[in-house]
Design a protein around this ligand. Sequence first.
Ligand code: PLP
Length: 397
Amino acid sequence: MENNFQFAERMATIQPSFIREILKAADNESVISFAGGLPNAEYFPEQALAELASRILTERPQDVLQYGQSEGETELRQHICDQYRQRHRVDVPVENILITNGSQQAFDLIGKVLLDEGDKVIIESPGYLGAIQSLMIYRPQFLPVPIGQNGLNLDAFETALSADPKLVYSVPNFQNPTGFSYNAETREAMANLIRDKSCLIIEDDPYGEIRFEGEAEPSFYHYLPEQTLLLGSFSKIIAPGLRLGWMVAPSPVMQKLIVAKQAADLHTSRLSQHLILAFLKDERFEPHIRRLCKAYEQRCRLMGEKLDELFAGEVLRSHPQGGMFMWLAFAKNIDTMELFREASRLGMVFVPGQPFYTNQGGSHCARLNFSCASPAQIDRGLALLHQAFRTISIISP
Ligand SMILES: Cc1ncc(COP(=O)(O)O)c(C=O)c1O
C-alpha cells in the first residue's frame, strides 16, 4: 500500500544519523571499531547493581514501583548537590535539579521550553550530533563557532553572540568529537561575554568525571549560575542503559522544565534512580571510577603512541586528558570519507569528520573512540588505518 502519511513539517529536515549507519557496519565481530561512542561494557558494575537492585526491591518495593514526582527523587537530587559542593565547590540548590532520562532528554526539554522556529543557537563546530539533532526538531538556526584545543574561538564567539542567540551549547570537558577541553581563561571570557545578555549556556558535562590527567577547570555554573543549564549524566560513569541524568537550571527555567518533563513522561524510572543512588553511596563506587579512568587512560595513551609512531608527521591529533575520544586532522587533501571506505574494506571503522559539522568542514578529520577497543585491537586497528591511509595517499597524492 502506498504510504500517504502526512508527517509534521518539523521532521522534514531531520536526517537519519550517518553514525548509526556506520555502527551498523561495525556490528560484525571481525570489524575493529573505533566508531562508537559507548562506554566499555567490561567495566559495568553489574554485580554491585544486581545486589543493590535486589536489596531495593526487597526493602522498599512500594516506593520504587509507585509513580513518583516529576523533579526526581529528593534523596538523589540531594546527593547530587552534596557532590557539587564537596567535589566542585559550587552550591546548587536542590530545587534547581531535575532528574532526566539521560542528557539526551535534557536537550529535548530545553528545546521544548526555550526554542521557537528560527531562534539562534550557538554550537561548537565540530559538535555533538545527538544534541544538534535533538534541538533541530525545534527548527532553530544554528550558529557554528570553531572549537580548538583550548575551547571555542573567542572572536568568532563574540561575533556569533552579536546575532542575539537564545542558547549556547558547549561540552567544555573532553568534548565529543574532539577530546578538547576548555581552559579556565576561555571559560571565564565566554562567561563575561554572555553575562547580562538574555542568553543561556548549556554546559553538557557527561565526561567530566572520567579525568585521567590534569586538573578540573571551573564550570560555567561557577561563573554564571543564573544563566547556566548544567547537564550531568550517569551513562558514562555507571551504565547508559539505566538512562539517568540530571539538569541544573535557574528557578524560572526550572518551573517550565518541570511542566515539560511531566508532559513528556511524568518522571524518570524510580528504580533506576534508587539503584544509582545506592551505588553512588556504596563503598564500591570510588574504586569503580578509579578502575574505569585507569582503563581509559591506558587505551588513550596506547592509541596516541601508536598513532605517533605510524603516522609520524602525517596527522595532527588531540591529546585528551579524559573522556572517550581522540580527534585526527590529516593534510587537507586527505578525504576521510574515502579513508573510511578503504579502512572498512580492510576491517576497521572510525567516524569521518564531516558529519560533526553543520556547515562545510572536517573532510580531512576523523574521530576515534578509545574506550571500547582492547589494547590488541588498538594495535591492529591502527595498523589497518595506516594501510588504508597509504592506499588512498597513492591514489590521490
Ligand atoms: C556530549 C554528549 N552529551 C550527551 C550525551 C548523551 O548522554 P546520555 O546517555 O546521558 O543521554 C552523549 C552521549 O554520547 C555525549 O557524548
